[in-house]
Design a protein around this ligand. Structure first.
Ligand code: PRP
Length: 189
């Protein structure tokens, strides 16, 4: 069993109120920007985006659909992106002619989103944009165009609100920074 989060939490980086306030702002922006779009589909990249997508869509006042892509960008046990990306689960429905908004929890090296953008752009969407809750810009290795950003964050090992440590702690309502020296086996150092 994983330890209780209090044992590994150094400090809370973004608390629940701040997260929800910013998500409401982004929801407003998206509602404005897509008010004349005939068909909006928000695509969550599993699994990290689940909480963000669920909260964001409740703040969006234009009709929209959701779909999901599961992508693997980290080899088992790797602590940083390998640049090797593959699809674990494809979209349920075609996106041709749809306005597509990709929803991510975090962009780090950029490899995942670069791959997803290239993949989806071959499917003739009416438009294709990215919304990410967190942007760790210092770590970028490949540039990706981001339309909506919740928060720029420093290069710290973060977890909670969808982001996991060994698949746990995704349920926490805040973004936390892991204590130095905690023995972790994967991602987001
Ligand atoms: C995370 C995150 C992004 C990706 C970002 O997913 O959700 O998809 O890494 O990293 P990059 O910019 O370096 O490619 P992860 O592979 O940890 O899977 P998960 O969402 O299922 O936790």
């Amino acid at each position: 069993m994983p330890p209780p989060y209090q044992d590994i939490l150094d400090h809370i980086l973004i608390d629940s109120e701040r997260l929800q306030r910013r998500i409401a702002e982004i929801g407003n922006e998206i509602s404005e920007d897509y008010r004349d779009a005939h068909s909006l589909v928000m695509i969550g990249i599993l699994k990290g985006s689940t909480l963000f997508l669920a909260d964001l869509m409740r703040q969006i006042r234009v009709p929209h659909m959701i779909d999901f892509l599961a992508i693997s960008s980290y080899g088992s046990g790797a602590r940083a992106s390998s640049g090797v990306v593959r699809i674990l689960m494809d979209l349920r429905a075609p996106i041709e002619g749809q306005h597509v908004l990709i929803v991510e929890d975090i962009i780090d090296s950029g490899y995942t989103l670069d791959y997803v953008l290239r993949l989806l752009s071959t499917q003739q969407p009416a438009s294709l944009s990215i919304c990410t809750l967190l942007d760790k810009a210092d770590r970028r290795e490949v540039e990706v165009p981001i339309k909506y950003v919740g928060f720029q964050i420093p290069n710290a090992f973060v977890f909670g609100y969808g982001l996991d440590i060994d698949e746990y702690y995704r349920n926490l309502p805040f973004i936390g920074v892991v204590k130095d020296g905690v023995n972790l086996t994967q991602e987001h150092e």
